[in-house]
Design a protein around this ligand. Structure first.
Ligand SMILES: [Cu+2]
Length: 187
């Protein structure tokens, strides 16, 4: 027995108020609009990345990145290899406690297949100053097509707290201007 029993025992059987029904309808339609706009924004806003994701053992991914770096390394900066893959190549980048490795050197206007994963912990790939954010988990390999549209140096930071060295976890992507015919002849 309740202290204040409802006046009508079968309270849920009351007819719904017109205004309430209108609000439910409005909220439902707005929800649908927002849902489909997420998909639309992918095309008209060009913001959400079209990436593929595959399962991979973290050690196997580490080996792929090592092989990639060994193959295309052009120099070293502060102990980190700078890797310049040919245009259109598969490019590998890894996150680990606490660095993004290696430094990539790409050419403006060329497209690359960028592979991204972690070999130890969950990290967040955040490319500065663009608005590109990707969650990076060990065991999952992201693959996305990247076409740099601007030359310059881009920083990578980790935006997923990953321990005491988290704030030092940075990396770099260097984008060089397109080579001119004259410069190519000179080489
Ligand atoms: Cu991290």
């Amino acid at each position: 027995m309740a202290i204040t029993p409802p006046q009508q025992r079968i309270w849920w059987n009351e007819p719904i108020e017109r205004v309430e029904l209108i609000w439910i309808g409005v909220a439902f339609l707005w929800g649908l609009f927002m849902f489909f706009f997420m998909i639309a924004w992918h095309f008209i806003g060009q913001q959400n990345l079209s990436n593929e994701t595959y399962r991979i053992a973290p050690t196997a991914y580490g080996e792929k990145v090592d092989a990639f770096a060994a193959k295309y390394q052009v120099r070293e900066e502060e102990g980190v290899p700078v890797v310049r893959p040919p245009a259109g190549a598969d490019v590998y980048l890894l996150g680990r406690l606490w660095q993004w490795w290696p430094i990539l050197e790409l050419e403006k206007g060329q497209s690359y297949r960028v592979h991204l994963s972690s070999v130890d912990w969950q990290h967040g790939f955040s490319l500065q100053p663009t608005n590109i954010n990707i969650q990076v988990h060990p065991g999952f390999e992201h693959v996305l097509t990247l076409t740099p549209t601007e030359a310059g140096e881009f920083g990578i930071i980790c935006n997923e707290f990953c321990g005491v060295g988290h704030h030092t976890m940075t990396g770099r992507i260097i984008v060089t201007a397109k080579r001119t015919a004259a410069r190519m002849e000179a080489q």
